[in-house]
Each structure stands twice: as structure tokens, then as C-alpha cells.
Design a protein. Structure first.
Length: 617
């Protein structure tokens, strides 16, 4: 019998041992296929790969591939650890290091081939279902069912390459020396790496402080490493403090508390590693899903902040008769329901940027046009108006000096709401009508035209532009319709891609947690068999087992939820719309799912241990 046949018989005879690893691999293939199926859909072939939508789709593929690599590698590590004693026997009866590596390679290769086939088949079966969900979430796209030959080939090539890499790495994970040592003695308690982690944190914190204003992409991996190290360190410190309190209050020796603490300490490094991975994924999921769910809901509000009018017309070339063009636009749009028009005159300051001045009367006309509050300014007063719909406007020192020279020095307030297309102006300052009249003699004047219609979300102005020869170079007609449509499509795709990733990560966390528990089940059974003889009750065993799950699954979730709220509070000052309300809804959803998953994992794990302990009783 050659090694390949031996590997095949190993899998076929004891498939139960390989099943969890196989499911992990097949699930990863399935998730990746779902993305490739959407990415290669004929309805999306018109999408420019360098556009936002193209980048989002490609990013989804990359993230799912990275997730698959980490997820499968973790699964392989636990799988090999579980079978280490079997490999040890092979080494002792005379298998060489080369044969040992080839056997592991063949076993992983066979599982990978089956997983690719199974993952793609399941993906094909559910492809119509996922395309229907994508069509509902994204909207405005006909995502009909098609046979995704390109997606299948792409999945086979990339996932095949990924599995090949892992099959090559797998033998390195489990070394001969480690196997023989496992055979010689029982499992030892894992070492604590608190000193190493403390040194790492002490090194990484000054680096982060020094580079806090560095926006380079190279810093993002550093941030990720820092987050992982800090998470590991935090969990380690929490457990040390918890153990100290239990000892200090003498509660350690009450009930099964000593068993609970000993259980955690025995697998200290593995538990902390699992908690760190879970918290990292939980934080990504909890934070991302808030913005993913909220993004499509805020499209209209965001569009209004980018462009507060249905249409905005302006001329850049002085040879263009903008008044005549605006009149033609008005004639065409006046047939639409809810039509309104407005001419906005302003003065341009002599600065390198597009700094402009509005009169109090003009601003109040705009305010009435947009249903905003009017303002009243005296001769020395000025009022700042936002230019990007997000940040409160601030006056630069040069502009402030120029206004002081003009006799305008008292700040009457500011608003972040725009009066033109976001970014059209660099700075907008409103002054009193009297001061504005004085400035007209010294500054150049200009204007733009604003139009509002009721059905702007469905009014395509492409024909209007063609009819009036508006080319975007000499003059421009900005339409809220295009911003709304493009933003809605982009956010819809982001929502779909992000939701699938978040659900995948959530299943991955539950899988990682159960994998950690499953690999130590044999050791736990042996330990509790001895304790039962000493009088330990079934209720006490259940309590001890539940404690481990709370540490490695519930605690990371709670800290991740707190971290998520800090992130939301921080990012809320930079986003166009507030996400607090959505964050509350999502937090409630997260808690519900977390409780459900906790009871599922707890039930399965306790049943596995207790059924083995009381099988013959």
C-alpha cells in the first residue's frame, strides 16, 4: 500500500475525525464562490474595475480569501493537534520525516479537493437564492440566474492555490519532535506569555504615539498588529486580576471556582489566542454591520448634503450665456411637479481658493428655498456656511485678515449645511447687505442657478444636457439624481458584500470557539472521569464547562461591543449622517444572536462531554 492509498483509507475509515476540518474548508469555498458568482455576473460586467463598485467587489474577494486562509489554517492547526498521537505512532514504527510530511500533504490535499467540489456544488444550488438577496439589497439590478463558469474556474484556481499552500505549510505546524514529546508524557499546562506581551505592548505603544498623524497605508498592518497584541494583553490582565480577586476574597475555594480557574490556566495560551481572534472578528463584524445596514438607509439624506438642489447649473467660461442657458433649463424643468428655481449671486475674494461672499438677503432666499432658518446680520457681522455638508466651517487666517481689512470682524455663527455642490466652494461667508454693497466695487461677481423638482430621484437629465450642449468644461449641470443613483448602487453592493462577510465571520467565530472546545474534549473527558470518582456532580461539571465558554466566547463579544461603541462615537463626527440609532438596533440584534449562539455551543459541548462521561451509567 502506497502513502496515497494509506491517506485515503485514513480519511474513509475515520471520517468523523476529519469532518470538522472538511466542513471548515467547504464553508470557506462556499463563501468565496458566492462573491465570485456576483462579481462575474453579466449585469455587473459594465462596471469599471477601477470604480468604487469594482473596488468593493474585488475587496470582498480579497477579504474572503484572507478569511479563508486564516480560518482554514486555524482549523488545520487544531485538526493536526488532535491527531498528533496518531502521527507519533507512525513515526515510532519507522516512518521517515519525508513520508510523514507527504502523508499530511495527501490527507489535506484529498480533503481540500472534496471541499472545493462540495463548496462549489452547494454554491451553485444556493446561487439563485443569494442573487435574489443581492437584487433586493442592491436594487436597480436584474441579477438573473446564470451558469457561472468563470466563477467556478476562478474559485478552483484561487482556492486550489490556497489549499495547496496550506497543505505545504501543514507538515511544518506539527513537527516530529513535538509528536514524540506528546507520546512520552501527558499534556502539560500551557505557559503564560504575559511578560513577552508586556514587552511587546511597551514597544508598540510609543510607535503608535509617534505615528499617530501618519496616514500611510503601511501603518494599517501596524494598527492591526497593535490591536491584536493589546487584545491578547488585555485578556491576560483581566484573567490575572480575576484570579487575584478570587484568591483575595477566598471565593476560589467555594463551589467549582477552583476547577473553573484551573481549566482556563491549563489551556492559558490557547484560550487567550481564541479570545483574541474572536474579539478581533467580533469588532470587525459589529462595527461594519452598523455602517453596512445604515448606509443604504441614508442615501437620500447624504445626497441632500452633497447637493441640496435637484439641479445646479453654473458656467465656467465667460463666453457662455449662462442666463440664457438657465432660462432654457427652467423652461424644460417647469413642466415637472414641484418646480422651483433660484439665482444665487456671490462675490469672489482675491484668494487662491474659491472663497466667496454672500449677502444676507441672498442667503435668506436660499434658506427659504431649502426650508432653513433665516439669519440677521449687522454691518460688522459675518456668518460661515459649510462647503462639504459634513464639517463645521472654519475661517483661515488669511481670509480672516482680508475680512478684517474690509471691516468685518464679528462671528455671528456657522452651519455645516451647504448652499452648493459639495466642494464647489472652498469657503462661504455671509455678510450684511450693506457691507455686501460696499464690496461689490472691489470684488468680482459670479452666480449659479438652482432648480428643485419633486421627482428628482427618477429624473434622468442626460437628454437635457445633450439638448443644451452642456459638456462639463465650459458649463456644468449637476444633478442630484446621478449622485443618488450611484450612491444607492454603491451602498447596496457594499451592504450585500459586507453582510455576507459579516455572517461568514460570525459563523467563523462560532466555529473557532467550538473547534477550540472540540480539540480539548478528550482531555476534559479524562479529567472529569477522575473527578466523578471523587464525587463531582453533573451540575458542577456543567457549570465548569459553561465557564470556559463564557471566557472564550462571551467575554470577547462584550469587550468587542464596547469597542464598537467607542468607534461609532469617534466616527460619527466624520460621517454625513448619524449612526447612533442604527447602532442601538444593531446592538440589540447582536445580543440576541450572541445569546442564541452561546446556548447552541454550550448545549453541544456539554452534551458531548456528558454523553461520554455517563455513557455506561
Amino acid at each position: 500500500m502506497n502513502l496515497f492509498n494509506f491517506a485515503f483509507k485514513n480519511i474513509s475509515r475515520d471520517f468523523k475525525t476529519y469532518f470538522f476540518h472538511f466542513v471548515s474548508c467547504a464553508f470557506s469555498v462556499f463563501v468565496f464562490f458566492v462573491f465570485t458568482n456576483l462579481s462575474f455576473h453579466p449585469a455587473l460586467q459594465v462596471v469599471d474595475k477601477d470604480s468604487t463598485i469594482g473596488i468593493v467587489l474585488n475587496l470582498g474577494l480579497i477579504v474572503s480569501l484572507i478569511f479563508s486562509f486564516v480560518f482554514i489554517l486555524y482549523s488545520v492547526t487544531n485538526f493536526l493537534k488532535q491527531r498528533s498521537r496518531q502521527f507519533a505512532i507512525l513515526n515510532i514504527i519507522g516512518s521517515s520525516n519525508t513520508q510523514f510530511k507527504r502523508l499530511i500533504f495527501y490527507e489535506n490535499g484529498l480533503i481540500s479537493l472534496c471541499a472545493i467540489g462540495c463548496g462549489i456544488i452547494i454554491g451553485l444550488v444556493f446561487s439563485k437564492f443569494f442573487l435574489m438577496i443581492a437584487e433586493i439589497v442592491i436594487g436597480d439590478l436584474q441579477l438573473y440566474f446564470y451558469f457561472p463558469m468563470k466563477a467556478i474556474i476562478y474559485t478552483i484556481l484561487l482556492m486550489g492555490g490556497l489549499f495547496l499552500s496550506i497543505s505545504i505549510i501543514a507538515p511544518i505546524i506539527l513537527r516530529k519532535k513535538k509528536i514524540i514529546s506528546l507520546l512520552k508524557k501527558e499534556d502539560e499546562a500551557e505557559k503564560s506569555y504575559i511578560l513577552i506581551m508586556t514587552v511587546a505592548v511597551i514597544i508598540i505603544i510609543p510607535i503608535l504615539i509617534y505615528n499617530r498623524h501618519n496616514d500611510s497605508l503601511l501603518m494599517y498592518p501596524v494598527y492591526l498588529i497593535a490591536f491584536v497584541l493589546m487584545s491578547y494583553f488585555t485578556f491576560n490582565v483581566i484573567f490575572i486580576i480575576y484570579e487575584f480577586i478570587m484568591k483575595y476574597t477566598q471565593k476560589m475555594f467555594k463551589g467549582v471556582n477552583l476547577i473553573k480557574i484551573s481549566n482556563f490556566k491549563y489551556n492559558n495560551h490557547t484560550n487567550l489566542k481564541t479570545m483574541t481572534i474572536s474579539m478581533t472578528l467580533f469588532t470587525v463584524i459589529l462595527t461594519s454591520l452598523i455602517y453596512i445596514i445604515g448606509a443604504p438607509k441614508n442615501v437620500e439624506k447624504t445626497t441632500y448634503k452633497i447637493l441640496p438642489y435637484s439641479h445646479m447649473y453654473s458656467a465656467f467660461n465667460k463666453n457662455v450665456d449662462d442666463v440664457n442657458q438657465a432660462h432654457k433649463i427652467e423652461t424644460i424643468l417647469s413642466k415637472e411637479d414641484g418646480f422651483k428655481s433660484l439665482q444665487v449671486n456671490y462675490l469672489k475674494l482675491a484668494t487662491p481658493d474659491r472663497d466667496v461672499v454672500l449677502s444676507n438677503a441672498t442667503y435668506n432666499k436660499i434658506a427659504e428655498f431649502l426650508n432653513r432658518k433665516p439669519i440677521t446680520l449687522k454691518k460688522k457681522d459675518y456668518y460661515m456656511v459649510g462647503t462639504d455638508g459634513k464639517n463645521m466651517p472654519t475661517m483661515g487666517s488669511l481670509l480672516e485678515q482680508d475680512l478684517k481689512k474690509l471691516g468685518v470682524s464679528h462671528n455671528k455663527g456657522a452651519t455645516s449645511h451647504t448652499i452648493a455642490l459639495s466642494g464647489y466652494f472652498t469657503n462661504v461667508t455671509v455678510v450684511s447687505d450693506e457691507k455686501y454693497q460696499e464690496l461689490t466695487h472691489d470684488l468680482d461677481s459670479d452666480r449659479f442657478f438652482a432648480f428643485n423638482i419633486k421627482n428628482w430621484k427618477s429624473y434622468n437629465d442626460e437628454a437635457l444636457k445633450d439638448k443644451l450642449n452642456i459638456n462639463g468644461q465650459d458649463d456644468s449641470l449637476s444633478s442630484a439624481y446621478w449622485y443618488y443613483t450611484e450612491e444607492k448602487l454603491q451602498r447596496g453592493i457594499i451592504a450585500y458584500v459586507g453582510s455576507v462577510l459579516c455572517i461568514s465571520f460570525l459563523i467563523g467565530i462560532a466555529s473557532i470557539t467550538y473547534s477550540r472546545l472540540y480539540t480539548s474534549a478528550e482531555t476534559e473527558i479524562k479529567k472529569y472521569q477522575t473527578m466523578i470518582k471523587l464525587g463531582l456532580s453533573k451540575k458542577a461539571i456543567k457549570s465548569a464547562l459553561a465557564s470556559t465558554i463564557k471566557w472564550i466566547f462571551v467575554l470577547p463579544f462584550l469587550i468587542a461591543l464596547i469597542t464598537t461603541w467607542f468607534i461609532v462615537i469617534y466616527l460619527n463626527q466624520f460621517t454625513l449622517s448619524s449612526y447612533f440609532k442604527i447602532a442601538i438596533y444593531c446592538s440589540s440584534l447582536y445580543l440576541t444572536i450572541e445569546v442564541l449562539l452561546y446556548f447552541i455551543i454550550k448545549h453541544k459541548y456539554q452534551n458531548k462531554i456528558l454523553s461520554a462521561l455517563y455513557r455506561d451509567k
